[in-house]
Design a protein around this ligand. Structure first.
Ligand SMILES: NC(=O)c1ccc[n+]([C@@H]2O[C@H](COP(=O)([O-])OP(=O)(O)OC[C@H]3O[C@@H](n4cnc5c(N)ncnc54)[C@H](OP(=O)(O)O)[C@@H]3O)[C@@H](O)[C@H]2O)c1
Length: 346
């Protein structure tokens, strides 16, 4: 890996969806060799239109169909120097097993997935490869027909490792200066705390900006975080600081009155009216969500410690219900009452 010049490095994106197409497209636009592995429906879209990548600052990048390769079988990953795994968490085990049959020992694999377990699962399947934890700090919406939109600011973070260091400037050229960190598990737990809003956003059926502008929805998010922080405390898990506000202060910050929250949050996080959570996208597309790997991790941790996590458990139940066709347009007050009731009953 070290001997190959940066500009010749071959990237494979395993899981061509929102994050995969956005990251891979930006790398292709920066002149990298990129092969996507994904589903036929996405291949057919990209074959006609290529990729149109936009962001919250107004950037617009077009990558023509001949600017990348797209395969529906994993064999093409065998040629790659770096594989970015961007499937949803439920697809990780299959991705690991598939990659194990095609990768050579020099390939570096980075999981750019949410949740705290994916990297470990990939390592179990790929004992001969360097497998690194990654974190995507921004939001991407699939707008259809090859159009992917980054709706919020945020960067990439990757586990510090000598096999990743040479490739880091390539990401910077593509517009993603990567923060290389030693404490990726703390980063992943901190990201998971932020992702506890995913079910709240999905159940609100609103763009993130609208949802977060309403205090009752923020209070739901705050309750889920507060509960998670208490359980993580018992487990000795210290989340990293990813935002200007330290993790422990975020629940209180979310509880602020609307006007004050909007002023302070507006100074800290650029987010545009299109941004939505990927859990909302999953419900919209009638797919099973990642709830078990996000709020489910909190409930699982609580159970291991002989504790309970009624707020996160209730959010899981409501998402299950929404997956089965139930209510997915909650008002902030109704959702807040529902979670409050669950907390009081336990
Ligand atoms: N979207 C965001 O804004 C965002 C932000 C930060 C982090 N993340 C995290 O990034 C990860 C990816 O999220 P996403 O929103 O990009 O998911 P996504 O849009 O569902 O993309 C994943 C794609 O991979 C495909 N896939 C799954 N298994 C495959 C296989 N074995 N072979 C080929 N293709 C396969 C999926 O197809 P099927 O649907 O048919 O399985 C889907 O098209 C998640 O862990 C998510 O939490 C997302």
């Amino acid at each position: 890996m070290m001997e190959i010049p940066d500009e010749k490095k071959r990237f494979c994106i395993f899981g061509a969806g929102s994050i995969g197409c956005y990251l891979g497209g930006r790398l292709a636009a920066a002149g990298c060799s990129v092969t996507f592995i994904g589903r036929k429906r996405i291949r057919d879209e990209l074959r006609h239109s290529g990729l149109c990548l936009t962001d919250f600052t107004g950037t617009k990048i077009h990558v023509p169909p001949d600017g990348f390769c797209f395969e529906t079988e994993a064999d093409a990953a065998g040629e790659a120097d770096l594989v970015l795994v961007t499937v949803k968490s439920a697809g990780t085990l299959e991705a690991g097993q598939t990659l194990a049959s095609v990768l050579n020992g020099d390939t570096v694999v980075v999981s750019f997935q949410n949740g705290v377990s994916n990297t470990g699962w990939l390592r179990d399947s790929l004992p001969h490869q360097t497998v690194l934890a990654g974190m995507v700090g921004f939001n991407v919406l699939n707008r259809g027909m090859g159009r992917f939109h980054q709706g919020s600011e945020g960067g990439l973070e990757v586990e510090q490792h000598p096999d990743f260091a040479p490739v880091s400037p390539v990401f910077a050229r593509a517009g993603f200066p990567v923060k290389q960190r030693k404490d990726m598990l703390s980063v992943q737990w901190a990201k998971l705390l932020i992702n506890l809003n995913n079910p709240v956003n999905a159940l609100s059926n609103l763009p993130l900006k609208d949802q977060l502008s309403q205090r009752p929805f923020r209070q739901c998010f705050s309750m889920a975080q507060k509960e998670a922080l208490a359980i993580m405390d018992v487990a000795g898990i210290r989340p990293a600081k990813l935002t200007p506000v330290p993790p422990r202060w975020i629940p209180g910050f979310l509880n602020l009155p609307d006007r004050l929250f909007q002023i302070l949050a507006g100074k800290m996080l650029a987010i545009d009216p299109l941004a939505r959570s990927s859990m909302w996208e999953d419900l919209e597309a009638e797919r099973i969500t990642e709830i078990d790997y996000l709020n489910g991790e909190i409930v699982h941790l609580a159970e291991k410690l002989g504790q309970s996590a009624p707020v996160n458990s209730r959010l899981i139940a409501l998402i299950r219900d929404a997956e089965a066709g139930g209510n997915r347009t909650w008002s902030g007050d109704a959702l807040h009452n529902e979670l409050d009731r669950a907390r009081q009953v336990s």
